[in-house]
Design a protein around this ligand. Structure first.
Ligand code: HEM
Length: 535
């Protein structure tokens, strides 16, 4: 229930011998020396000075000085839980082997342990969980074939379709480099020059940008992946998590009311529900397309700013995930967990999605820096199966990944002296054929506005009202060059969206309305409060 003392999640296995006069609760240094006085420095007389040979103090304080590792550069604020994924053994009504040979899906009722980390994106490790932001939804499946990480978000689309633009996107959403505050002007300066972001804006600035908690939100892999069957044939897939608790989002006002009292509400909600035995569940669904360019569609299946219409590509359930155990130590399990889009098992593959390929370099690169070279030896990240490599050494080597019976002198391959051997191939590789010029070009079917306009019209009235109000709040103090461009882009999506944004901005600027206070615009938020009080 999260109150136990043994950090089993961290996998400690100390020798538990005790010396005479000690018992299991005796406080020691990390060297195993019993500590008889943990209250006082060793000093010359009780008024000091202190001496430098004070090993017990030096060990304690120097460990404290190193308690933090760098935060994740994005998704720093998170909460995690353990659970289980249970396969249905089919995809919709079809045998799953037709599409993928991944073993975790193949038998009805097969259980695979999982660890999930939910997160917000833009701000630091202790920022409020009520902020308007995508929510991360990262799942690590400890499968019999090694780990599979499905690193997704709650929303089904993304701001950009090319990994080259990611650092710029994130810089525009992070706090200003001078005064260290996030501003609507910087966010929309980037977006107004990035029209492919409009679909994401239609979601993010509506109540869908503030999920009520982590349990009542969807998840999506967002990028396009492949499934590979026993013949080595591929299909394109997208992954979606559907919460069996239902979906709940907040208006800006509802979020502000929660934030005034609790800036940890989503972490608390997840922990308390699991502790109470109210285990959250999600169904994993996939959408499938044949592995080609699909010229009949008005978008490219590799474009992560687009959804695949459900009437053409239905959601097909493949299994269910239940989160049933809280972490026992936040740092060991949640903070040090490391997910990456490159972490796939046999039967799952990458597509040519350019975002996905850029992401795949970025995750393990940052984790070698953030957690350390041997991050995959930490129990939360290590596969729950046989691991045998010839990789050795580096900071914090915890053990040698060798196999029982292996010649320990042979840390290379190939060898005739009883070293590790390659695994036998049991199914053909997927070997797509590539011909083409090496270029720097965007996809052909950009179609930046159509699905964004459809989303605007699909919103319920209260969601559209909130979208306009939030955009007005974020843009009212922005440079006119930025807000004019945003009115133009919204008009391209739907003339009503552009008109309402223009009207809202005009009213806000002439001080006639309280519409539009929010986190990006503190002066407008203050105005809104003042006007509300005056009423
Ligand atoms: C975290 C890079 C796009 C979902 C991260 C981290 C990096 C990163 C460097 C920090 C990882 C760590 O410190 O462990 C990128 C790049 C992207 C990209 C370069 C685009 C080219 C996306 C997209 C999604 C996403 C499209 C959603 C599908 C996440 C999630 C996390 C994360 C959920 C947090 C994982 C955790 O809980 O540890 N990303 N990202 N990212 N990213 Fe991305």
């Amino acid at each position: 229930d999260g109150t136990g003392t043994a950090v089993t999640g961290a996998g400690t296995s100390h020798d538990q011998r005790t010396a005479a006069g000690e018992n299991a609760q005796t406080l020691t240094t990390r060297q195993g020396h019993p500590l008889t006085n943990n209250q006082n420095l060793r000093t010359v007389g009780n008024r000091g000075p202190a001496t430098l040979e004070n090993y017990q103090f030096l060990e304690k304080i120097s460990h404290f000085d190193r308690e933090r590792v760098p935060e994740r550069v994005v998704h720093a604020r998170g909460a995690g839980a353990h659970g289980v994924f249970e396969a249905y053994g089919k995809v919709g009504d079809e045998p799953i082997e037709k599409y993928t040979r991944a073993k975790l899906f193949n038998t009805p009722g097969k259980q695979t342990p999982v660890f999930v980390r939910f997160s917000t994106v833009g701000h630091g490790g202790h920022s409020p969980e009520t902020l308007r932001d995508p929510r991360g939804f990262a799942v690590k499946f400890y499968t019999e074939d090694g780990n599979w990480d499905l690193v997704g978000n709650n929303l089904k689309v993304f701001f950009i379709r090319d990994a080259m633009k990611f650092p710029d996107l994130i810089h525009s959403q992070k706090p200003d480099p001078v005064h260290n505050r996030q501003t609507g002007e910087r966010i929309f300066d980037f977006i107004s020059n990035t029209p492919e972001a409009m679909h994401m804006v239609a979601f993010l600035f509506s109540p869908w940008g503030i999920p009520a908690n982590y349990r009542q939100m969807q998840g999506s892999g967002v990028n396009t992946y492949k499934w590979i069957n026993a013949q080595g044939e591929a299909v394109l897939v997208k992954y979606h998590w559907e919460p069996l608790q239902g979906i709940k989002n907040l208006t800006a006002q509802e979020a502000e009311a929660i934030q005034a009292k609790n800036f940890n509400h989503a972490t608390q909600d997840l922990f308390d529900n699991i502790k109470a035995g109210n285990f959250p569940e999600w169904e994993l669904c996939v959408q499938i397309m044949s592995d080609d360019e699909h010229p009949e569609l008005d978008f490219d299946p590799l474009d992560d700013t687009k959804i695949w219409p459900q009437d053409q590509f239905p959601f097909l359930p493949v299994g269910k995930m239940t989160l049933n155990k809280n972490p026992e130590n936040y740092f060991a399990e949640v903070e040090q967990s490391a997910f990456g889009t490159g972490v796939l098992v046999d039967g799952l593959d990458f597509s040519d999605d350019k975002m996905l390929q850029g992401r795949t370099f970025s995750y393990s690169d940052t984790q070698r820096y953030r957690v350390g070279t041997n991050y995959l030896q930490l129990p939360i990240n290590a596969p729950k199966k046989h691991v045998a490599t010839n990789q050795r050494d580096g900071q914090m080597t915890y053990h040698v990944d060798s196999a029982p019976g292996q010649n320990v002198h042979v840390n290379y391959e190939p060898s005739s002296l009883n070293g590790l051997k390659e695994a036998p191939r049991t199914a053909p590789e997927h070997t797509p054929l590539y011909t083409g010029r090496l270029v720097r070009q965007t996809l052909d079917r950009t179609n930046n506005f159509k699905q964004a306009g459809e989303r605007y019209r699909l919103h319920e009235d209260w969601e559209r009202d909130d979208l306009i109000s939030n955009m007005v709040g974020a843009l009212a103090d922005a440079d006119r060059k930025v807000s004019d461009k945003m009115v133009e882009l919204c008009t391209n999506c739907d003339p009503d969206w552009g008109q309402r944004l223009a009207d809202g901005l005009q009213k806000a600027r002439s001080g006639k309305t309280a519409e539009g206070g929010n986190q990006y615009n503190e002066s407008k938020a203050a105005d809104a409060v003042a006007q509300a009080e005056a009423v």
